[in-house]
Design a protein around this ligand. Structure first.
Ligand code: CDP
Ligand code: CDP
Length: 220
């Protein structure tokens, strides 16, 4: 049998990273957070003071930057990056950069390569539709906008970041809009994905639910 491919897609705050990481641990396979790759490139664009509207320069940067994930850690040109790719500034601009088709093709190339070499749980926006269209299992994770924003707000408060709930809701709505409306590989449920609405469900309940979906699919 080839490598196992589990695709988890959905909007911001649905719980993709948290759940995907736990599923991968349980199955003892590789977890790939593709959002972290888009964030890493955005971080580098901002660090190099490249104009956010300068598509050519951003594409050029993507072509010459090596972004990898090893044991869940993200590296830009072999340099480990951590919280810096989760800053509010990166969050603000990442969807703008992720809508550039040429940028996506480069990062998708890295993602496909990893999935060729390892069994993976991969989370993002276009995994089931574009990156791994033949994935063994596809989950579309979602939750109400209020709950997703509330989760993100709680997380930011724990990190002692000063934000208002209204700003968090607006920022998530804006990102969701750009992600679903972009022309190339937008955020959309794959026809063969199972929808899991996590509104009102805690992490353990969601993990259990998806583990059952996986077990059932793999039996067939
Ligand atoms: O903040 P959150 O964890 O929800 O987002 P993320 O998974 O870190 O992704 C950050 C951004 O990267 C998304 O809002 C998308 O614009 C972009 N992204 C994408 O376009 N395609 C992916 N496969 C993953 C992320
Ligand atoms: O990756 P994505 O943006 O979809 O979400 P995440 O970063 O995994 O989760 C956002 C926040 O919601 C984290 O602080 C999780 O601990 C929390 N969460 C939750 O409270 N209940 C869930 N069922 C899933 C996630």
């Amino acid at each position: 049998m080839g490598n196992l491919q589990i695709a988890i897609d959905g909007p911001a705050g649905a719980g993709k990273s948290t759940i995907a990481k736990k599923l991968a641990e349980g199955l003892n396979i590789t977890y790939i957070d593709t959002g972290a790759m888009y964030r890493a490139l955005t971080y580098k664009v901002l660090k190099e003071n490249i104009e956010i509207n300068c598509k050519e320069k951003i594409i050029q940067l993507a072509e010459t930057t090596n972004i990898t994930i090893v044991h869940g850690d993200v590296y830009i040109d072999n340099q480990l990056v951590k919280d810096e790719i989760r800053s509010q500034e990166v969050t603000k601009y990442v969807s703008h950069i992720a809508q550039i088709a040429e940028v996506r093709k480069i990062l998708v190339g890295f993602q496909k390569k990893i999935a060729e070499q390892h069994s993976v749980v991969m989370d993002g926006r276009d995994i089931g539709t574009y990156v791994l269209p033949n994935a063994d299992i596809k989950i579309f994770l979602t939750a109400s906008i209020e709950e997703r924003a509330h989760r993100r707000y709680t997380e930011l408060l724990h990190k002692q970041q000063q934000v208002s709930f209204a700003d968090v809701i607006d920022s998530i709505k804006e990102r969701d809009k750009i992600d679903t409306e972009r022309e190339f590989a937008p955020l959309v449920k794959a026809a063969d994905a199972v929808v899991v609405d996590t509104t009102g469900l805690d992490i353990e309940a969601v993990v259990e639910k998806i583990q059952q979906i996986i077990a059932k699919k793999l039996q067939n």
